[in-house]
Design a protein around this ligand. Structure first.
Ligand SMILES: [Zn+2]
Length: 263
């Protein structure tokens, strides 16, 4: 009996986390170490097979805006007693030549922007909207939460013993499956609506803290909607939140974000 109770407690301890900024509690059955190790592998293989733009003003802008947003995220974590989390991140921002109007983030802060989105971002503020959103996915650990949910759905109760027994190799294999890491493309499955809206909200605060005007997010999403004819797809353009829903949620979150925007 005692043993069972202990196992359950261990599961609960290992199974809960909360999202910075929003404080939402989330399921967390996989460690940062495990998630990040796999993400780095996927990211590196994607980067090595993609056409990465390394020089020029666009590539420089992606890196400089990315660095400022990442710094804002780290300051936020530090200010909120989460400095122990900082070691989990190794930020990387790359610009990839592709007509896709998109960007993505892998756990641990591995981010890429496609050149196809630059005509929509237009300037540093627009890029800050996109990168704020992507960095938000990383610090909110949406990838780990999604993998955890899938593991729980697929393996249910048997997962508890797996996780608590820390059979690392086996657990890793399961995570790999759930993570889906689109091994062919190296990109995560699209995030759900809840994660998208949460990343928007956290992203506003990050961009504002980094010195970018969060009001621009409304303009950006209107431009995105026009550019894609309202039919959005993949990461930041997940089909789930409709453009109008997204824009109205962003407007509602602006007063809070503006508190972080010091001119
Ligand atoms: Zn997203």
């Amino acid at each position: 009996m005692k043993k069972i109770l202990f196992a359950v407690l261990a599961f609960v301890v290992a199974g809960c986390a909360s999202v910075p900024v929003t404080g939402r509690s989330q399921l967390s059955l996989v460690s940062d170490g495990e998630m990040n190790a796999m993400a780095i592998q996927s990211y590196n293989s994607l980067i090595s097979s993609a056409k990465v733009i390394k020089t020029g003003k666009d590539a420089e802008l992606v890196k400089s805006v990315g660095a400022k947003i990442a710094k804002a995220a780290e300051t936020f974590l530090r200010d909120n007693g989460l400095e122990s989390e900082l070691a989990s991140y190794s930020w990387e921002f790359n610009l990839i030549e592709s007509p896709e109007v998109n960007a993505f983030c892998m756990p641990g802060g591995k981010i890429a922007v496609y050149t196809g989105i630059l005509p929509v971002t237009k300037n540093a503020d627009g890029l800050a909207v996109v990168l704020g959103h992507e960095v938000a996915h990383a610090i909110a650990k949406h990838g780990a939460e999604r993998a955890s949910q899938q593991l729980l759905t697929q393996y249910g109760g048997s997962l508890i013993s797996l996780v608590t027994a820390k059979k690392s190799a086996q657990t890793q294999q399961l995570i790999m499956l759930a993570y889906g890491a689109g091994t062919q493309v190296g990109v995560l499955l699209p995030y759900g609506r809840k994660h998208e809206l949460e990343a928007d909200k956290i992203g506003l605060i990050l961009m504002a803290s980094a010195g970018y005007n969060p009001n621009y997010a409304v303009t950006f999403w209107q431009q995105m909607s026009a550019a894609t004819g309202g039919g959005l797809s993949s990461d930041i353009f997940a089909t789930h939140p409709s453009d109008t829903k997204r824009i109205s949620e962003i407007k509602a979150a602006l007063p809070e974000a503006l508190k972080y925007y010091k001119k």
